[in-house]
Design a protein around this ligand. Structure first.
Ligand code: G6P
Length: 472
């Protein structure tokens, strides 16, 4: 029986050390729910890092056993690997570069070496589990070298790779000293997937300019093999959000919040703490809205949820300070005894509370500077059972390619953002419903399960075609 092995840096379960000992919690992000339908089946397996530093072997054993019972296998990272591979090369070199923040990128040889070593560590972990018939699906920028490493060890294996972040213009990629190694690493896969055709085009142009390889009809020919590339826009588990929003618990929370906020209208902002998300720009736009349209003072609040992330990386720590300062400044200038301009939460919330916020919000403000896809936009749409609400979406989020019925904005254009906020707050209900209905149909149909199926089918088909060609 052939199995599917999912490989990503972060496992869908994260292990935390608390006073009561180790606890196991779902990780943030849409991937875990999406691929949940695959890795929990039969003998399938998800291989990845459980998110904490473990020194003690008996603790490692305990984690291994617990995770195995839920079809997961941990790859443990040392403290140095967390610093040089995770915070270093992955999140201080690749992340800023791929999101067009090259000015934040560092280029450290020691970080690169740790990146190679950890990709090798993942390779060994996969090889220890994978049988010759198994399908291996590798995810995201932390593991760009893994497909090629696996290919060397298993020339016949079915290997898929999906990039969850943007693939930038080759002019940006070429700045990286290790650009060729990274591209070759990805090309070890049989099928490479991106969220949008734009990212795919950038990848083809990088492969052609930097490796001299040509591509035709979604196929790149390397000297030894051919590799398929395609766009697969990722979706969400629509029913999960629709049901959570419809739940009695969410309804109860909505009533509580409304009462506490005295029916103030709500603009919602939800992100991981990240400079790519445009959080500070969003705050400045809200401040300008209150200046330019004083009629909204006392009427509208910005509810802003920032989920802690990568706080050991200097850019993230300074962004946190900037946000704290901006929120403090705006609130102190405009607040009244009965009204808070910004309700700011720096933590993650359980699904029912999140669903209540989605339900309550009249406007969702999703304005990243760059974002591979952005699932918050889709979650908001799925939660709008009464079809009342407006999505303001950055044209630089992958989701904007699909959600053309949102109010699309350029997040650096603060004036456009202010006007979009004002327009959203005065948009007639029929228009809100028309736009939401169209987007709901799309998000419901192209959900995470159809995304997974499409990718896996395409990978199987690619493999079958290779086989037929080889035996002809
Ligand atoms: C983005 C990346 C994922 C990553 C997630 C959380 O969505 O594409 O690969 O897992 O952020 O970031 P973290 O560094 O906490 O894993």
């Amino acid at each position: 029986m052939s199995r599917t092995l999912i490989v990503s840096n972060r496992l869908p379960t994260k292990v935390l050390r608390t006073d009561e000992g180790l606890t196991f919690q779902p990780s943030e992000g849409g991937l875990a729910t999406g691929l949940g339908s695959i890795y929990r089946q039969g003998d399938n397996l998800w291989i990845g890092w459980p998110g904490l530093f473990v020194q003690d072997e008996s603790e490692e054993e305990h984690i291994r056993t617990e995770l195995r019972a839920d079809n997961m296998a941990p790859v443990f990272l040392t403290e140095n690997e967390i610093r040089d591979f995770y915070e270093g090369f992955s999140n201080s070199t690749l992340w800023p570069t791929f999101h067009y923040f090259s000015e934040f990128a560092t280029y450290e040889q020691s970080h690169w070496e740790a990146y190679v070593a950890v990709n090798e560590k993942f390779c060994e972990a996969v090889l220890a589990e994978a049988g010759p018939e198994d399908t291996i699906w590798v995810h995201d920028y932390q593991l760009l070298l893994l497909p090629e490493m696996l290919r060397k060890a298993r020339p016949e294996a079915a290997i898929g790779f999906f990039l969850h972040i943007p693939f930038p213009s080759q002019e940006i990629i070429r700045v990286l000293p290790w650009r060729s190694e990274l591209l070759r690493g990805m090309l070890g896969a049989d099928l490479i997937g991106f969220h949008t055709f734009g990212y795919l085009r950038h990848f083809l142009s990088a492969v052609s300019h930097l490796l001299g390889l040509s591509a035709q009809n979604g196929q790149i020919d390397t000297p030894t093999r051919s590799v398929r590339v395609d766009a697969f826009p990722m979706g969400i588990d629509y029913q999960r959000y629709a049901l959570a929003a419809a739940s009695e618990e969410a309804k109860k929370h909505v009533e509580e919040y409304k009462e506490a906020m005295r029916d103030t209208r709500v603009i919602l902002s939800i992100d991981r703490l990240d400079y790519t998300k445009g959080i500070a720009q969003r705050l400045r736009a809200f401040e300008l809205l209150l200046q330019r349209y004083p009629e909204w003072r006392g009427q509208v609040s910005l509810v802003m949820l920032v989920v802690p992330s990568r706080d050991q990386v200097p850019q993230y720590a300074s962004l946190k300070e900037e946000i704290d300062e901006l929120v403090g400044r705006i609130n102190s200038q405009y607040r009244t005894i009965g009204w808070n301009p910004i309700l700011y939460f720096y933590r993650s919330l359980p699904l029912e509370e999140l669903a209540a916020l989605y339900r309550l919000a009249e406007v969702a403000l999703v304005t990243p500077m760059r974002d591979g896809m952005n699932l918050v936009a889709k979650e908001f749409i799925a939660s709008k059972l009464d079809q009342h609400g407006v999505l303001i979406l950055s044209e630089r989020a992958g989701a904007a390619r699909e959600l053309s019925d949102a109010i699309l904005i350029n997040p650096t254009d603060i004036n456009q953002l202010v006007e979009a906020l004002h327009d959203a707050l005065v948009m007639p209900e029929e228009e809100q419903a028309t736009r939401l209905k169209a987007m709901q149909a799309l998000v419901k149909r192209y959900n995470v399960f159809s995304w997974t199926k499409l990718f896996m089918n395409q990978l199987a088909y690619t493999k079958m075609k290779q086989h037929t060609l080889a035996t002809e």
